[in-house]
Design a protein around this ligand. Structure first.
Ligand code: C2E
Ligand code: MG
Ligand code: MG
Length: 760
């Protein structure tokens, strides 16, 4: 770039010196163009070798390399010819081979520019582009007409028709090229580079043409020494622009050619001003006037399009704003107001000290629906609940989806009755909803805005009330009352304390013996966890297992029980012989079965303790087994490993019988509720039969399926006798043995060993 600019500068300096002091021969003027041409050719070659161009750009620049090379050769030829005939320089015309080279070179360059693809817009944009191009074309053409072609027509010494046709064609091509390249938006060839390349030919050709027409051949020297060396300068600038674009140094423009129509209007004004200044009103001037009117009309049309476009954009923006406003304040799935809008409205009601109350509606066991039937069904259920909520609430309140399966209603207005609405909601939910005919229930907490209440305090009260409703047995509503928060809070704190308990070793495992009913021989144990709480003493699992499941702490807790039980069972086996205790069982909750690491945890615990697989029993409840595919897979994998699976609390679930076929169970544990009262003999055989019906059915089924049986919760000898008679092989209960420490079990095992050896 520097070198070619230097050559152009030297050319200018030489021309000034030539004009003022007559320095050197006129033939020298012809040296600068080929010198610059060599540099421009080298620049393109250098980029083609080093730059990482895409194929289309490479093709363009290769054509340009050829063009620059041929043009340089042509001008070089001319320079040599001039220098060797320095004396007759002014009268010599261009040698034919040189002229041919230049013509071929420029033709190639124009062809290359014309081939660069342009990205065309669609719709209104396309019309605007067509108008813009026409305006730009007419504007440029008018100027060139007025400055160039018109003087040719009106010259005293008329130009030949061929010359005029040639110059006219050149004008059209130049103006067309300028219009095209000004609209290239992006694409393979850098748009700035393309414009510089087009300008390198067009601008200099234009100036030279105007110089020739206005000043005749006398301008030739100036053209050779000053104007035409600009061509290589602009070409090298174009190379630099492409290079910068490939290196990512320039950002792509959002729009291009925006200003061109306005420049065109200005351009048309130039001859108009000249006309106003008193130029004769010949026909070339009339052409200018017509062009001016057409251009003005087109600009008007373009403005109209722009106006309509702006109006449309404004409308779109407004719509978009409204949509955004709606989106940030509404739930996408159900279309109900979201938490943000809810808080906003509640705050407004509180600020106006208007009566307001909040109903917090939480679906019971929604997670089960999601787990069993999939999220698609869960989503549709939520949509149905939202529809129901909207219908029941009507215009007197704002239904809201707070999060997940939690909904809310904000009731304002003096005559609103939240209890009445809660009752209506619960009874509406009593009917199956959604296309899956699902029966869902909800727990509802109600809180009213007391004087001095804040958004957070009202929501907290409603939360506590809802929590209390859930604890009171679900499918009910509770209105917040003072003091209601403490037990709920205590329950919530349990989660936090449990974490600490795990870290501080406050958990212990006790074992409840399982005995053979025939001879009361110890055949197994069930591990039951206990929490030795520092202030509350021993806490039973019924109190903290639900909290552990909710918080996910059941996973580490369960792992602890698993490892402890395996270790202990292996220790008993090595101390009292492998047959002293047939099996050790422990409870596994659904959440643990969902844990992808569960199976490998079990395998590791067995491997680390050395306990054989078939000595471990995992107790699962029916509801846990029905928790979807992941759980099913885990259970089958455990079964394949040889671990025995036991169905705990059997008979209390809804699908106990069908479950037995679909699940690889080895043992069923008859639930305590079917053992209770089994022994009562009030002299009415029919009533006694009814009380024993389930126990009887279960043992028949177990026999048919070859499953082992354990009857749970045996509290007296009579129960044990009836169960034995019915065919139950094993039993567990306070009558047989209470849950005890590992030492207690050790003592039982020791006694059993002595009895056995005495028998022998
Ligand atoms: P479960 O698996 O059905 O365990 C039997 C429960 O019945 C135990 O209560 C046991 O102490 C009690 N029980 C045994 N015989 C009698 C009896 O004759 N009469 C009465 N009234 N009760 C009897 P516990 O230890 O309070 O455990 C309650 C439940 O907590 C267990 O029911 C089990 O589902 C769960 N659980 C206990 N330990 C764990 C554990 O480590 N992990 C998991 N996931 N759950 C556990
Ligand atoms: Mg159990
Ligand atoms: Mg049980």
């Amino acid at each position: 770039m520097l070198a070619s600019t230097g050559i152009a500068a030297v050319g200018t300096a030489w021309y000034v010196a030539y004009l003022t002091v007559g320095a050197g021969s006129e033939a020298l003027a012809y040296v600068f163009v080929p010198a610059g041409g060599v540099l421009a050719t080298a620049a393109v070659l250098h980029m083609l070798r080093g730059g990482a161009l895409n194929p289309v750009a490479r093709r363009f620049w290769r054509a340009l390399l050829g063009a620059a090379g041929v043009i340089t050769i042509g001008y070089g030829w001319l320079a040599v010819d001039m220098l060797t005939h320095a004396a007759e320089a002014r009268t010599r015309s261009m040698p034919l081979p040189a002229a041919a080279c230049v013509a071929i070179g420029f033709g190639t360059a124009i062809w290359a520019v014309a081939r660069v693809p342009v990205v065309l817009p669609g719709g209104v944009e396309w019309w605007r582009m067509v108008l813009d191009r026409t305006i730009a074309f007419l504007g440029c053409a008018t100027v060139l007409w007025y400055l160039g072609l018109a003087p040719m027509f009106s010259a005293e010494e008329p130009w030949s028709r061929q010359a005029m046709a040639l110059v006219g064609l050149a004008f059209l091509v130049a103006v067309g090229a300028a219009t095209k390249v000004s609209y290239v938006l992006g694409g393979p060839v850098d748009r700035v580079a393309l414009r510089l390349v087009a300008a390198s030919g067009g601008v200099t050709a234009g100036i030279v043409a105007v110089l020739a027409v206005r000043f005749g051949y006398a301008a030739g020297i100036a053209a050779q020494a000053v104007v035409m060396p600009l061509t290589p300068v602009l070409a090298t600038l174009g190379v630099a622009a492409q290079w910068r674009a490939d290196l990512g140094l320039r950002r792509a423009p959002a729009r291009s050619g925006v200003l061109l129509p306005y420049l065109a209007v200005l351009a048309v004004d130039v001859p108009l001003v000249a006309v106003a200044a008193g130029a004769p009103l010949g026909w070339p001037v009339r052409v200018v006037l017509v062009a001016a009117v057409v251009v003005t009309a087109l600009v008007g049309a373009r403005q109209f399009i722009a106006f309509r476009e702006n109006a449309r954009l404004l409308r779109n923006t407004r719509l978009q704003e409204e949509r955004l406003q709606y989106e940030v304040s509404h739930d996408a799935l159900t279309g109900l107001a979201n938490r943000a809008l809810f808080r906003d409205r509640l705050a407004t009601a509180l600020a106006a000290t208007a009566p307001a109350s909040v109903l917090l509606v939480d679906l019971d066991d929604f997670k089960t629906v999601n787990d069993l039937l999939g999220h698609g069904v869960g989503d549709r259920l939520l949509v149905s609940v939202a529809r129901l909520l909207r219908a029941e609430v009507g215009e007197h309140g704002l239904p809201v989806r707070v999060a997940g399966d939690e909904f809310a209603v904000l009731l304002t207005g003096a005559d609103a009755d939240p209890e009445e609405l809660a009752g209506r909601l619960l009874s509406a939910l009593n009917r199956p909803i959604s296309e899956h005919r699902l029966l869902v229930q909800a727990s509802i907490g109600i809180a009213a805005a007391e004087p001095g209440a804040t958004v957070d305090s009202v929501l907290r009260d409603a939360d506590v009330a809802m929590y209390t409703a859930k604890q009171r047995g679900k499918a009910s509503f509770v209105r917040y009352a003072d003091g209601m928060g403490e037990p709920v809070l205590a329950h919530m704190q349990l989660g936090g304390e449990l974490r600490r308990a795990l870290d501080n070793d406050e958990l212990r495992v006790v074992y409840q013996p399982i005995l053979r009913l025939r001879d009361n021989r110890l055949v197994g144990v069930e591990a039951l966890v206990r929490w030795h709480h520092p202030t509350r003493g021993v806490v039973c699992p019924g109190e903290f297992i639900p909290a552990a499941e909710r918080t996910g702490l059941i996973v580490p807790l369960g792992r602890f029980v698993l490892r402890e039980t395996c270790r202990q069972a292996a220790a008993w086996s090595s101390e009292y012989g492998p047959d002293a205790l047939r099996e050790a069982g422990l409870n596994v909750s659904a959440r643990q079965l969902h844990d992808p690491d569960f199976v490998s945890d079990v395998a590791a615990a067995l491997a680390d303790s050395g306990l054989p697989c078939e000595r471990l029993v995992l107790e699962v409840t029916e509801s846990a087994v029905l928790r979807g595919q992941q759980v099913s897979r885990a259970l089958y994998e455990l079964d394949r490993m040889g671990i025995r699976l036991s169905l705990d609390d059997f008979g209390t679930g809804e699908s106990s019988l069908s479950l037995l076929r679909a699940f690889p169970a080895a043992i069923v544990k008859l639930d305590k509720s079917f053992v209770d009262g089994i022994e009562i003999d009030d002299g009415q055989p029919a009533a006694a039969d009814a009380r024993q019906a389930v126990a009887r059915a279960v043992i028949q089924l177990a026999r048919a399926l070859r499953l082992d049986t354990v009857a749970e919760g045996i509290e007296n000898a009579a129960q044990a006798a009836v169960l034995r008679e019915l065919g139950y092989t094993c039993g567990q209960g306070y009558h047989l043995a209470r849950p005890m420490t590992a030492d207690g079990v050790s003592r039982l095992l020791a006694r059993q060993q002595t009895v056995a050896s005495a028998d022998r």
